[in-house]
Design a protein around this ligand. Structure first.
Ligand SMILES: Cc1cc2nc3c(=O)[nH]c(=O)nc-3n(C[C@H](O)[C@H](O)[C@H](O)COP(=O)(O)OP(=O)(O)OC[C@H]3O[C@@H](n4cnc5c(N)ncnc54)[C@H](O)[C@@H]3O)c2cc1C
Length: 403
């Protein structure tokens, strides 16, 4: 087999795509292009063990499978544009590379708050470099930390900051509860209680209007004019897809890159997307295209997309992953299987009780569509026992009726 596959993005999705292209039988060249200087590394510990100093930065690197040792890595190199019709990508050093197949795996970057005020002292956590800088700030004695955004990463960073001994840790969010959008009210309320019990303060239902300070931030100004004193600010307000390099090809880039049910981009047999950046319809659910920013998706999607790219039209059945995520905060873990967000209208406690180890089920039209455990590892194991049931559920239609 001759020719070349180009993988755009050298993180989890890019690495798994390269490995899976070999597993799918591609014997031609593979070039992985990534704008970070580092070989692929694991991001989840950046807001947890590594930020806490419980694991080293060196421990983050992935070890590529033996099948992928002949892959060409072009790191510290950004793709600036692509011409899908001509099957080329252009790099920031001016080189233009031709491909036979292209894997889009360029992921996300943190959204930033566009508010007036100083920039120094304001952080995001996406890369190894981000986490290294933030850790140095969090371990400064007496640090007052304000986390803007009570989603997964915001809650994880707040928990880690408490564990590091920060003098004050405050989480600000316009929503009424932390992580309420993915978890629903009962668990989000309990999550708040657990964080508060361990030293996190929440300022909820509040927007950020700006930042105070001279050379660096000293306070966060809220929409009502009040000010939270801060030495360190962590902005955790969502993410933006890295798709600018794909502009000009007539693609739907409104939220990541839209794919079909086979992860193909723009109806082309030679371009697929994987990982956080891919907005795909999941045949397991209602067929509505969504991006899923969970660690399991780059691996699942790379496995599927590689087969599609190598097999051409005779691809596998449509992509239908069972999403899974975990989130470690303080001494507890959230563990999810399925798509809880599709069942927020019918939430039931399946095991345990909310103040202890608990397993919550999310239903749509009476069908179980997701479970989330909150508590110790035994709760996470209980959640895992529901995988088989979730895998056996019939697909949903967009209206939520059985198909
Ligand atoms: C701090 C943190 C904690 C997390 N914790 C959890 C967790 O506990 N549980 C969980 O399930 N998930 C977690 N995740 C999510 C998980 O890490 C992501 O889903 C996963 O990293 C996505 O991988 P990806 O390869 O699709 O994208 P990314 O990891 O975003 O990689 C994309 C790569 O492409 C590069 N790139 C972008 N544009 C270009 C370009 N034009 N040219 C070349 N390269 C480019 C980027 O710099 C990046 O290196 C966490 C994420 C973060 C950031």
């Amino acid at each position: 087999m001759s020719g070349r596959m180009i993988v755009a993005g050298a993180s989890l999705g890019g690495l798994r795509a390269a490995e899976q292209l070999r597993a799918a039988g591609w014997t031609g060249g593979i070039t992985v292009i990534g704008d970070e200087p580092h070989p692929p590394y694991n991001r989840p510990p950046l807001s947890k063990e590594v930020l806490a100093g419980k694991a080293s930065f060196d421990s983050l690197a992935f070890t590529p499978k033996a099948s992928a040792t002949d892959v060409e890595w072009r790191l510290g190199t950004r793709i600036v544009s692509a011409r899908l019709a001509g099957r080329t990508v252009e790099l920031d050093d001016g080189a233009v590379l031709s491909y036979d197949g292209l894997v889009v795996a360029t992921g996300m970057r943190p959204r930033r708050l566009r508010c007036p005020g100083p920039v120094a002292g304001r952080h995001t956590v996406r890369t190894i470099d981000d986490a290294q800088v933030l850790r140095d700030e969090l371990i400064r004695p007496g640090a007052r930390v304000v986390v803007v955004g009570a989603g997964f990463i915001g809650c994880e960073v707040a928990a880690t900051a408490v564990g590091l001994g920060a003098a004050e840790v405050t989480v600000v969010d316009p929503l009424p509860l932390p992580m309420v959008a993915p978890l629903g009210e009962p668990l989000a309320r309990e999550l708040r209680r657990r964080h508060e019990e361990r030293g996190v303060r929440f300022v909820l239902g509040a927007g950020v209007a700006g930042f105070e300070g001279g050379d660096r931030v000293t306070g966060v100004v809220l929409a009502d004019g009040s000010v939270l004193r801060a030495d360190v600010v962590v902005e955790s307000v969502g993410s933006v897809a890295n798709t600018e390099w794909l502009e000009g090809n007539g693609l739907d880039l409104s939220d990541g890159v839209l794919t079909d049910g086979q992860l193909r981009v723009g109806g082309r047999p030679d371009v697929v997307a994987v990982g956080d950046v891919a907005r795909f319809p999941n045949a397991r659910y209602d067929g509505v295209p969504r991006r899923v920013e969970h660690w399991s998706v780059p691996t699942d999607s790379a496995k599927h997309a590689a087969k599609v790219l190598v097999a051409g039209d005779a691809g596998p059945a449509p992509f239908a992953p069972l999403p899974t995520f975990w989130s470690d905060q303080h001494d507890f873990r959230l563990q999810s299987f399925g798509a809880p967000a599709l069942g927020l209208g019918d939430i039931r406690v399946l095991d345990g009780d909310l103040t202890g180890d608990v397993l919550v089920g999310y239903h749509r039209d009476g069908l179980l569509v997701g479970v989330v455990a909150l508590g110790g590892l035994s709760a996470a194991r209980t959640a895992a026992r529901y995988r088989a049931e979730l895998l056996q559920q019939p697909a949903l239609t967009p209206q939520g009726a059985l198909s």
